[in-house]
Design a protein around this ligand. Structure first.
Ligand code: F6R
Length: 646
């Protein structure tokens, strides 16, 4: 949550930073800001707007902030007479915020500035001991201007920069050295941070720190860059350093140097990024959500590449478990949040159905506060698109302490989930920009299907021939998704019109259909702000059916499955009470038209693989309803793409 950018080099920084922040808006968009380090100018000179310059030949910081989205910064920068000098600055940092401490106001927008106005910081993360730090800083005379936890960093760095004794009470070695002052400030802070700081007394320098919050730095032809996501760097460089916890970087126009917490020089590994730039752009689609829904056939194909050896055996060598360890697994927990949790619900059916291993799916935020039964033969599967969800990470750590092997499924190479797990499958979805997960979900379900097949193979529950056949059918879902995208858009539109004015909707299904319904309901509520709830179809008569009145939308996953007839019976009960029924059904199913007002068809596919295809119409439906209701589908209110707070 929250996005950080920084640039120092030969070009004007403001525009670069704003463009970078726009790519990071998926991380939060409550407020935004820039700190630009203006070059020193002669004492008594006037700025381009004619105002007398009071900088006495020293560089100055210009802070530009707005409540709301990054576009507000462009308005500020374009205001006549405003920012005339700042716009020429070649060094600066920027931030787009998802509010944690303090409301989304201009005062709480980053950057935050030291008392003397010479140091500015942007921060992503949470400072857990901020209340005590703030109290002691205030006792020492610091004046706070915001309600944020981040502001303590500005004051701590200021103290160190001015030469206060270090945290151990010893003499300061940080006076006049921004990088050293940032390292010192970090020793006081408990919590998570990705941090960038600038100082008007060291124009051109950006000091960067990382603990439990992603930071990437890179060197391009025209300067040095930092961001919380590589997506902002790929125009400038493909070779980046993903900082590890406890590593620091000092950026200048000439280059980047790295140190550890003690200030010793280090040489971190360089990662080459091969995403195409188009991933970061809409590529002709009206929004990222639509683009990402349409990318799902590719995601299926890419996630499967190289997974089936010519012997017919599955090949997941990144698993981090030997075949012997794998064969001993007698219990699986899938831990995840939100959409990733729903992928887990699907995995439970597959792991129990194929491998006959008991599998529980738990919200990571609950798992870590229980005392789950974990033994050395327990496999914990952590699913996280971003790879940085705080609750999922905490649950991973907990599970490992308790002796479980942890296997991560994530979309982000080098993310904390990948690094902290014993093994990992990457979902190959490429960067997902829309806040609502679509293609990542599909990548997760495909990866979890592979894992279930692997467990079944290891346990000898499926033959090589069966695995080969299922693998082929899994691959076929790519074309089946494409077919849905090509043929069902009009049907989705008609169904969306029926939901447009609704206040609430129910999603129902049985078995796999029930798990798919959960994802359909989440998608609809998050992008269209229409209340939606998922219910196992057979449970309707135990309470929720009381909600049904004329026109109430009931969205049913009614694809051909062993429980199809039962689902249809449940739909008839809803129909009899006036519900407007929208069914996702299997091509060729005429019977469904007798009960459903709208039908969206998907190709026939075995029940175990149905989530990969049947979720797609529900993603399209959620988006279409959101568009009809005038919602911002890519950036729904109150949400952020990666949730790095608990
Ligand atoms: C919904 C959505 C969220 C995420 C959840 C977990 O569309 O995207 O529910 O699934 O915040 O995020 P990750 O998978 O990054 O751990």
């Amino acid at each position: 949550m929250c996005g950080i950018v920084g640039y120092t080099g030969v070009d004007a920084a403001a525009e670069l930073l704003v463009a970078g922040l726009k790519r990071l808006e998926y991380r939060g968009y409550d407020s935004a800001g820039l700190a630009l380090v203006e070059a020193p100018c002669a004492a008594g000179a006037a700025d381009a707007a004619g105002a007398a310059d009071a900088r006495d030949g020293r560089a100055a910081l210009d802070i530009i902030r707005c409540a709301g989205k990054v576009a507000g910064l462009e308005d500020e920068l374009a205001t006549p007479g405003r920012c005339t000098v700042a716009r020429l600055a070649t060094c600066g940092i920027g931030h787009t915020r998802w509010a944690t401490h303090g409301r989304p106001t201009v005062e709480n927008a980053h950057p935050h500035v030291s008392c003397d106005g010479r140091i500015a910081v942007v921060h992503n993360g949470i400072i857990e001991n901020f209340a005590e730090l703030r109290a002691s800083l205030e006792e020492r005379g610091h004046v706070f201007k915001s309600e944020t936890d981040t502001e303590v960093f500005a004051h701590l760095i200021e103290e160190a920069y001015q030469g206060a004794p270090n945290s151990a009470g010893g003499p300061a070695k940080t006076a006049g050295d921004l990088m050293a002052a940032v390292r010192e400030a970090c020793t006081h802070v408990v919590g998570a941070y990705g941090l960038a700081a600038v100082c008007a007394d060291e124009p051109g320098v950006i000091a960067v720190a990382r603990k439990d919050s992603p930071i990437v730095v890179g060197r391009g032809e025209r300067g040095s860059y930092v961001a919380s996501d590589v997506i902002t760097l790929i125009d400038a460089t493909r070779d980046v350093v993903v900082l590890e916890d406890g590593q620091f970087a000092r950026l200048s126009p000439e280059g980047i140097t790295y140190t550890d917490a003690q200030g010793r020089a280090i040489e971190p590994a360089v990662t080459h990024v091969d995403w195409d730039v188009d991933t970061a752009e809409k590529g002709g689609y009206p929004d990222f959500m639509m683009k990402e829904i349409c990318e799902q056939p590719r995601v299926v194909r890419d996630t499967l590449v190289g997974r089936l050896a010519s012997s017919g055996e599955l090949d997941i060598d990144e698993l981090g478990l030997t075949p012997e360890e794998l064969s001993l697994v007698d219990r699986v927990y899938v831990i995840a949040c939100g959409t990733s949790y729903h992928a887990g619900l699907i995995a439970k059916n597959l792991i129990e159905g194929w491998a006959r291993i008991p599998c529980a799916v738990e919200a990571a935020s609950e798992f870590r506060y229980r005392n789950p039964i974990i033994t050395p033969s327990t496999l914990v599967v952590a699913v996280s698109q971003s790879g940085e969800t705080a609750d999922t990470l905490a649950a991973i750590r907990d599970a490992r302490i308790k002796g479980a092997k942890v296997f991560g499924i994530t979309n982000v190479v080098g993310s904390p989930v990948a690094r902290e797990s014993d093994g990992v499958i990457y979902t190959k979805a490429n960067k997902e920009i829309a806040v609502a997960s679509t293609k990542s979900f599909t990548g997760q379900v495909v990866s979890l299907t592979l894992l279930a097949l692997l467990l079944a193979q290891t346990k000898g529950k499926l033959t090589t021939g069966q695995i080969r056949m299922l693998f082929r059918e899994l691959g076929d879902t790519a074309e089946q998704i494409q077919h849905i995208l090509d043929t069902q858009r009009a049907a989705v539109h008609e169904a969306a019109l029926a939901c447009r004015e609704a206040r609430s909707a129910l999603f129902v299904g049985r078995g796999m259909g029930s798990a798919i319904s959960c994802e359909g309901a989440l998608k609809l509520k998050e992008v269209s702000y229409l209340h939606a709830e998922a219910y196992a179809a057979g449970e309707m008569k135990h309470g929720p059916i009381a909600l049904i009145e004329r026109g109430f939308p009931v969205i049913a996953v009614a694809t051909k499955s062993p429980t199809y007839d039962k689902t249809v019976s449940n739909l008839k009960e809803c129909e009899a009470r006036g519900a407007c029924i929208i069914a996702v059904a299997t091509e060729g199913d005429e019977e469904i038209t007798r009960v459903a007002d709208h039908v969206i068809y998907v190709p026939p596919v075995r029940d175990a693989l149905s989530p990969i295809t049947a979720t797609v119409p529900l993603q399209l439906l959620a988006r279409e309803v959101a568009v009809l209701r005038g919602c911002d589908v890519d950036q729904p209110r109150n949400l952020a793409k990666s949730v790095t707070v608990e």
